[in-house]
Design a protein around this ligand. Structure first.
Ligand code: FES
Length: 265
């Protein structure tokens, strides 16, 4: 689903992450080369690369945290992966920061420094691998564009709004377009099908993907992660791997406005 920290749909986090990866792993390689081939002049380059790497890592963490909290579907496998990704990167950053202070001291032992940098680089590699999975498998930050899907739409309803509430902009939906509706912690999808408006839970019961980031067609919504399909009028599963159906909400129309009712159907 579309990143929250974005510039015209381009997620900011992936734009920034190559910098700390290149600078921090580069600093380790410069130190290693300088140590093995007895060229201590390279240590100075590594020193400044570490400063740049640490600075860019902090900068990249800001949109990353925004996306983790606002974009990654809550209660999903991607959320757990995103948290592990953040923890590993934090550890990596702490290790490189300690290494940087250590090298500034008198009598720093290059072997200890290299060990710290190697550990930080391995953590960075694993965290980067997870980041790749978040994008290429979980599609975090991917702005869906199937035929006629329209632009990504999200609406925020205050938590204390009545159980039956109007959804702004719903009347502009075209067939097979969806709006992700947040009401407090609850996430629902409002969509227009050939048979009228429907509303259902955003969470795929398989691993928690956002169904609003999937595709809807002929009264069926397909999950973007592993392809489970659900009938949007009954909520039943029409294709696995999901085994449970999704909750359906009542949709009402009054004075040209579209309302969702979260009172049990
Ligand atoms: S999360 Fe696996 S099919 Fe939806």
């Amino acid at each position: 689903m579309r990143s929250t920290a974005h510039i015209k749909s381009h997620p900011i986090h992936p734009i920034l992450v190559p910098f700390p990866i290149a600078f921090l792993i580069g600093s380790f390689l410069f130190d290693l080369y300088g140590f093995v081939f007895k060229e201590p002049a390279l240590y100075q380059t590594s020193f400044y690369m570490q400063v740049a790497g640490i600075g860019f890592a902090v900068l990249a963490a800001i949109p990353g945290l925004i996306d983790l909290n606002k974009t990654v579907p809550p209660d999903s496998s991607a959320r757990k992966r995103g948290i592990r990704h953040g923890i590993l990167n934090t550890l990596m950053l702490i290790i490189f920061t300690i290494a940087w202070f250590y090298r500034k001291g008198d009598n720093a032992d290059m072997r200890i420094l290299l060990l710290m940098e190697f550990t930080g680089s391995i953590l960075l590699f694993i965290a980067g691998w997870m980041g790749g999975t978040l994008v290429y498998r979980n599609q975090i930050g991917v702005d869906r564009r199937y035929a006629h899907s329209g632009k990504w739409k999200e609406v925020f309803i205050p938590d204390d709004a009545p159980e039956t509430f109007a959804v702004e902009g719903a009347e502009d939906l075209k067939y097979n377009q969806m709006i992700l509706v947040h009401k407090g912690d609850k996430r629902m999808v409002l969509a227009l099908t050939e048979n009228g408006f429907v509303a259902f839970d955003d969470r795929c019961p398989h691993k928690g993907a956002s169904l609003a980031a999937g595709a809807i067609m002929c009264g069926t919504v397909q999950c973007p992660w592993h392809g489970s399909q659900f009938h949007v009028h009954s909520g039943e599963v029409t294709a696995g791997p999901a085994e449970e159906g999704i909750r359906i909400y009542k949709v009402l129309k009054d004075s040209g406005k579209i309302f969702i009712s979260t009172i049990n159907k």
